[in-house]
Design a binder for this molecule. Structure first.
Ligand code: HEC
Length: 77
């Protein structure tokens, strides 16, 4: 399994197998978002101080903007 596939596996517990769920009952449905929108949101989570966003900050903290854009390419519309 590629590193990217392995990383995406860690999202599924919260977002669903195909990003079709509202994570923890409150995220947007990620599969309906555009690639650009997902990339922007993932990159913004790296620097967020909002308490309800810290769960995503932990997911993206170790990744470069380029890596997060590659993730968005894989899962966005
Ligand atoms: C522990 C549960 C959890 C995991 C694991 C998780 N997420 Fe999230 N994610 C959330 C929650 C909760 C939100 C909504 C946070 C907020 O209020 O902005 C969210 C929001 C998002 C959003 C923005 C949608 C929105 O509501 O604005 C994207 C894109 C996203 N996650 C992608 C991912 C990806 C990609 C992974 C795996 C690398 C991942 N998430 C792993 C819980 C999780």
């Amino acid at each position: 399994m590629s590193l990217l596939a392995r990383y995406l596996n860690t999202c599924k517990g919260c977002h669903g197998q195909n990003f079709e769920k509202r994570a923890l009952g409150r995220s947007d449905v990620v599969k309906d978002l555009t690639k650009m929108d997902i990339a922007r949101r993932l990159i913004e989570y790296k620097t967020t101080t909002e308490s309800d966003e810290l769960v995503m900050k932990a997911q993206v903290a170790r990744y470069s903007d380029a890596e997060l854009k590659a993730v968005a390419q894989k899962i966005g519309k």
